[in-house]
Each structure stands twice: as C-alpha cells, then as structure tokens.
Write a protein of this length. Structure first.
Length: 204
C-alpha cells in the first residue's frame, strides 16, 4: 500500500476552449474544483509543458498539473513535471476519464494497465511502468453493443455533459475532494475505500 502522499496530482484532458467540459476532460474539471477549494490558480510552466497550481505548504505542498500536450502525449508533461519538481512515482496521482465505468463511478487503483486509454498509455511509456496511482472517473459508455460503442466512442468522449449529467458530475467531484482529503488526513486505504464505494445515484 502506497503512502498516499501525493505531491503531484495530474488531471488528463485536452487544452483549448474546444474541449472545455467535455467528457474526456473530466480530469481537468476535477483539478479546477480542487484549485477553487484551495483558492489556487493555474499558471503556464513551459518547463513541464503544462499549467501548474500550488496548494498547501511545507510537507503538505502539492502541485496540480494540467498538461498542455493533448491527451495522447500526457506522459511527456507528467514526466517533465516529476523531474523538475523531484517527484517519485509513488507521489503521483493521475485523474482520468473512464468509458468503461458508469457515469460518476470512481475507482482508485495503485497500479494497472491503460485499459486502452491513450493518455494512460503515454504515461506508462514515459514512466517505464504501470506502478502509479490513478483515479478513474466514469463517464459512461455510448452503447453496450460493441460495434455501436466503437463507432461512437470518439463523439462520446469529446462531447459535452448534458444538464442532468453535469449535475451528477458536480456531486461526484465533491465526493472526490472529500476522498482526497481523507487520504491526506488519514491514509490511502481509508480514502480508497470511501472513493471506490461511492455510488453516483446516492445523495450527498
């Protein structure tokens, strides 16, 4: 079990107005919520190919990273940030969308494969291994039928949340922040249990 001392929290997504608040950018949306809670702001750091926001101080200082490299080159930004700030793999948490999970379902894992996700694929390649924490955020599937799902995956992940989905995602991101606070203040195991047991349809 890793310590849960995440000094770098990276959200995956695509930069630019065109992709704002799309399903594929749920990682960015989560970081924005965390930064807002901490009254932090993002600033471009060309050395890490992304935007950085600092939260906390001293031993509790963390950096939030929004790569500016587009999804399929997320690893380039994350590996650069880890080198620049002296961060080890066990101090990294990646927030990423997951088309295989129901909308709003959360799943924190200490390691694992990419599940076909281009962003995770690139991170694994750059870091030379799968042993880093990732918090998958369910965005639902366009179809349970394999052929339809394959045809509609791109439009689904690059589409925006509708009003009902947005309301549910706001609930989910609030729970996500509580879970990260539990990890920070208690331990990774308790935070993981809280996050992974959350049911999107339940009331806060």
């Amino acid at each position: 079990m890793k310590s849960g001392n995440f000094r770098l929290i990276a959200g995956l997504g695509n930069p630019g107005l065109k992709y704002e608040r799309t399903r594929h950018n749920i990682g960015f949306m989560a970081l924005e919520k965390i930064a807002h809670k901490e009254s932090a702001s993002f600033n471009l750091n060309k050395k890490v190919y992304g935007k950085i926001a600092d939260i906390g101080s001293g031993t509790n200082k963390k950096r939030l990273l929004m790569p500016e490299t587009y999804m399929n080159e997320s690893g380039r930004s994350i590996s650069a940030a880890m080198q620049w700030f002296g961060i080890e793999k066990n101090e990294l948490l990646v927030l990423v969308d997951d088309i295989d999970l129901p909308l709003g379902k959360l799943r924190l894992r200490e390691e694992g494969g990419s599940g076909g996700h281009n962003g995770l694929n690139d991170i694994i390649s750059h870091l030379g291994g799968k042993d880093f924490c990732r918090l998958r955020i369910g965005i639902g599937t366009p179809s349970l039928i394999s052929t339809e799902r394959k045809q509609n995956t791109s439009s689904h992940v690059l589409g925006k949340f509708n009003k009902e989905e947005t309301s549910k995602i706001e609930e989910v991101l609030a729970k996500l922040i509580i879970g990260l606070d539990l990890i920070q203040n208690l331990d990774l195991e308790k935070g993981t249990t809280f996050l992974n047991s959350f049911k999107p349809d339940s009331e806060i």
